[in-house]
Every structure is written in structure tokens, then in C-alpha cells.
Design a protein around this ligand. Structure first.
Ligand code: GLU
Length: 501
């Protein structure tokens, strides 16, 4: 690749960024890193009707959180700024004019009512009205009136749009990095609006002009933009500009059934489709961050939505992805979203975190329960239970017995409490009270010695012992629990079990 790689993520700030958009951003980011290129973020807000306050900040925050912040964007290395289309408004008109002058575009004066009635008439005959080569000379356009008349109508303040004059009778054989050759018949395209008399360009014009001015080398975006590709390529040609290369990413599919992943799937099955929480007057749409996902896990599962490295490997750090990512290994078939697998990914990264860091996240949850624990003990507890958790939010249920004595005992486990158990437990209390070095290993040695010497079966002691401390037959290594809750508490819990059971 001779030219510098410059790729962009170009979202419209119409709401929270969908997880599919995040995947597009990630693939752009990875492609840039892999090729020592630049990843930039451009906000495409030409459609002011769909503008949603806060969406732009949300997008930036999401990318920051995931560790895939752009190299250039609003307020950061603005080499080709501004990076927000509404602030580039003054730029686009001259390009629309250029296309008019070169015969690649024309003015159309049809009112909304006129277009509506064309649509209705067509429908009545079972046809669809398309503004294209077939009928553009019969409509109210500058193609059928003189230059003077056009100028007069515009000067008088009449509303107009500028439409692209799609070439006729051409088959476009275009190249997509992921899809290979894609063919389009120009006769099937409509003459898209490029510019409106309110002074705003449409997405198509602004997108092409900006990709050109910002020296975009590759356009990597979702499959839903594939139908726009012929128009975009024709626009580059009309301007006499070199077109970037295109790569249209596969759709992200529902976990079950067919079709695109939607917010409704997430609501129904209880998983987020947004990176961060999004709050509106109607409520909160939950995000991966607030659900307790680690950014590394989200990056990892998103990377595998449509890509793999050719092996069975599933765990990739961002750094590995930056080295390995290859657009040629992205497949075109839709990628199934698997919320259960995503939890598995989170587990993998959770257990890799060090216990000190996890304890810091767990500490506020513990203090809300109004129990006290030393920092050191909390760190040890976290180390003992994290293997069993997918999220820090599960820590309390996995470890509550470290902090509070059981108030009830698991019904099924109770059958391990036999007639001879109370006497054995009494003996155990005496053994425990003699121990001075109350550390897990030492307690274990002494208790096991006592059992061996007296020929007491393991199960006879260990299960009732665990039941007394935990209230069930679950939890980490028993003697670790004993050490952490301490001698006094251990004995108290056994006494209570003797009284209750
Ligand atoms: N603004 C478009 C979007 O919202 C950008 C599409 C493209 O990447 O060309 O996705």
C-alpha cells in the first residue's frame, strides 16, 4: 500500500451508538493500527431533524472506554477539520454547483405535494415511483427549462433540491474488499438528492466530499451502506477524484432466529445492545459498561463478529488484534450475536484482573451491605471466588458467608447432619480453640491429624463443618474460609449449627 491509510468512523449523532456501530469503529481502528494509518472520527450531522443532544459525547465516551479513541477528531489533531459536518456547511455548495456545471446534477423544483401525487398515481397503476432517468425529463427540473428560467426561479426563492444525474445503461463492476466483485445496473438507481435549498447537503454529498478532502483511503462500514456504493463511486467519478477502497462489513444477526440484531432482542433476552447506559425521559437503555463488562471483553467479542485469525483462537487482546486484524479475513455472511458467549469472554478477562483492582470495585458493594472487612481480607476473598464469577456484581452472592453468618441452612445439605454430628462438632470446637497459628494450612493439618488419629471419616466432619459456616455445601476451600472468618466466628457458627440443626 503506497498511500497512507486513513480510515474513518462517521456516525450520525441520532441516539446512542448501537453495538454494530461500535464494531464498525473497532474494525476501522484495527485496520488503521495494522497498517500504521490514521483512524479518525467524523460526526455526520447534516440531518438536523434527527440530531439528538448528547449523542456525540456518547460516541466519544464509548470509544474512549473501549480504548479505541480516534487519532483525529473534534478537538484532537484537527488536520482536516472541522470534523463535524454541520461546521463544514459552507463547504458543500460549491461541490454541488460543480456537478451542475459539469452536467452531472440538476435542479429539481417538484414540491412535496407534486411528488406525493406522482407516487399516488403510480401506486394506482401498481407501480412504484422512482425519480430517475426514466422520468426525470417529465418532472419539474432544470433539465427541461432554460438556464435563465432556472436562475429566475432560484433567485425568486423557490425551493429546490439538487439531484444527481445518474448515468444510463451502465453496468458497474465494483470491487469490495470483503465481497469481491459487486455489480450494479445504473438504470436501477434513483437520482438521489445531494443538496437542499436550506443550504444543507445530504449524507451522500457530504460523505463523498469529506472523504475526499480528509484523504480517506478505505471506507469500512456496515453492509446497510452497500446499496449506496454505486452512487458514491459515480460521485467520485463525476468529480474526477480517485475513489477510496470499500469494505462492507457483515450484518450482526439476532442470537436466535433470522434477521438483524435489534434493541428489542436485547430487551427480550436481557442483554445490552449499547456500549454505555443511555438515559432518556423514557428510561435507561443499559450498556455493557454499566452491566459490568470489561472493555477488553467487549473489544474481544466484537472483533470476532465477522472476523477470525484463521485458527480456533478466541481470546485476543487489543494489541494482538492490532497486529493480526486483516480485512481479507472478514467474512460476508452475517455474524450471530451470542450474549451467553459474551459473558464467557467477560469471565476470561475478569479472572485475569489482579485481586487488588477487583477488590476496589467490590469494596463499595460490600460497604453498602454494612459489613466491615479489612482491605487485605477483601483482596483474599476476591482471589478465592473470582473463578466462579462472570461479573463483579456476582461477587456478593458468591462470598456473603465471609461477612455474615448463615441465617438458614440448605434443605438438601441438612441430610449430612447426622445423629453423631453434634458430638463430632463439639470435639472439632475443642480442636480449633487450641490452635494458635490460625492460618488455613495449619488449621487444615491439625484438623486432618485429629480426624486420622481418631479414625473419623472425612465426610463426617467436613460437610457439617462447611454447612455450619456457609449454610450450604458451596464455596471455596473450607480452611481458607475458616482462616478468613477467624477463630471466634468459626466456633460461634458451629455452636449455632449444633443448636439449630
Ligand atoms: N453517517 C453514516 C452512518 O450513520 C456513515 C456511513 C458511512 O460510513 O459512509 O453510518
Amino acid at each position: 500500500m503506497s498511500k497512507q491509510v486513513r480510515v474513518r468512523f462517521a456516525p450520525s449523532p441520532t441516539g446512542p451508538l448501537h453495538i454494530g456501530g461500535v464494531r464498525t469503529a473497532l474494525f476501522n481502528y484495527l485496520f488503521a493500527k495494522k497498517n500504521n494509518g490514521i483512524f479518525f472520527l467524523r460526526i455526520e450531522d447534516t440531518d438536523q431533524n434527527r440530531f439528538v443532544p448528547g449523542a456525540e459525547e456518547y460516541i466519544m465516551e464509548a470509544l474512549e472506554w473501549l480504548g479505541i479513541a480516534p487519532d483525529e477528531t473534534i478537538g484532537k489533531n484537527e488536520k482536516f477539520g472541522p470534523y463535524k459536518q454541520s461546521e463544514r456547511k459552507h463547504l458543500y455548495k460549491q461541490y454541488a454547483d460543480e456537478l451542475i456545471n459539469s452536467g452531472n446534477a440538476y435542479y429539481a423544483f417538484d414540491t412535496a405535494e407534486a411528488l406525493d401525487s406522482h407516487r399516488k398515481q403510480h401506486e394506482e397503476q401498481g407501480k412504484t415511483f422512482i425519480y430517475n432517468w426514466h422520468n426525470r425529463e417529465k418532472l419539474d427540473t432544470s433539465l427541461v427549462i432554460s438556464l435563465e428560467e432556472t436562475a429566475i426561479r432560484i433567485a425568486s426563492g423557490e425551493d429546490y433540491v439538487i439531484r444527481f444525474k445518474t448515468p444510463v445503461n451502465e453496468t458497474l463492476n465494483l470491487q469490495d474488499i470483503i465481497r469481491g466483485e459487486v455489480k450494479f445496473e445504473t438504470n436501477l438507481l434513483d437520482d438521489k438528492v445531494l443538496f437542499k435549498s436550506d443550504g444543507m447537503p445530504t449524507y451522500h454529498l457530504a460523505n463523498i466530499v469529506d472523504d475526499h478532502l480528509m484523504e480517506t483511503s478505505h471506507v469500512i462500514r456496515g453492509e446497510e451502506w452497500l446499496p449506496s456504493m454505486p452512487l458514491h463511486v459515480l460521485l467520485y467519478r463525476a468529480f474526477g477524484w480517485e475513489a477510496p477502497e470499500f469494505a462492507h462489513l457483515p450484518l450482526i444477526m439476532k442470537p436466535v432466529g433470522n434477521g438483524k440484531l435489534s434493541k428489542r432482542d436485547g430487551d427480550k433476552m436481557g442483554f445490552p445492545v449499547f456500549p454505555l447506559d443511555w438515559k432518556t425521559a423514557e428510561g435507561i437503555s443499559s450498556g455493557y459498561r454499566e452491566k459490568g463488562f470489561l472493555p477488553e471483553a467487549v473489544v474481544n467479542f466484537l472483533a470476532l463478529l465477522g472476523w477470525n485469525d484463521g485458527t480456533e483462537k478466541e481470546l485476543f487482546s487489543l494489541e494482538e488484534l492490532e497486529n493480526k486484524f486483516d480485512l481479507n479475513r472478514v467474512h460476508k455472511a452475517g455474524a450471530k450475536f451470542d450474549p451467553e458467549k459474551n459473558k464467557w469472554f467477560n469471565h476470561q478477562y475478569l479472572v485475569k484482573q489482579n485481586d487488588e483492582d477487583l477488590a476496589k470495585v467490590f469494596a463499595p458493594i460490600v460497604s453498602e451491605k454494612e459489613v466491615s472487612v479489612s482491605e487485605n481480607n477483601l483482596i483474599r476473598i476476591v482471589g478465592l471466588i473470582k473463578e466462579r464469577a462472570n461479573f463483579v456484581s456476582e461477587f456478593w452472592d458468591l462470598s456473603d458467608f465471609f461477612f455474615v453468618a448463615p441465617t438458614s441452612y440448605d434443605e438438601k445439605a441438612k441430610k449430612n447432619w447426622k445423629a453423631e454430628t453434634p458430638a463430632l462438632m463439639q470435639e472439632l470446637i475443642s480442636v480449633l480453640s487450641e490452635i494458635t497459628d490460625f492460618s488455613s494450612m495449619n488449621i487444615e493439618t491439625i484438623v486432618k491429624d485429629w480426624m486420622t488419629k481418631n479414625e473419623i471419616g472425612m465426610g463426617k466432619v467436613m460437610q457439617p463443618f462447611r454447612l455450619s459456616l456457609v449454610g450450604a455445601l458451596k464455596g471455596p476451600h473450607l480452611f481458607d474460609i475458616v482462616e478468613l472468618i477467624g477463630k471466634e466466628q468459626t466456633i460461634k457458627r458451629i455452636e449455632k449449627a449444633i443448636d439449630t440443626l
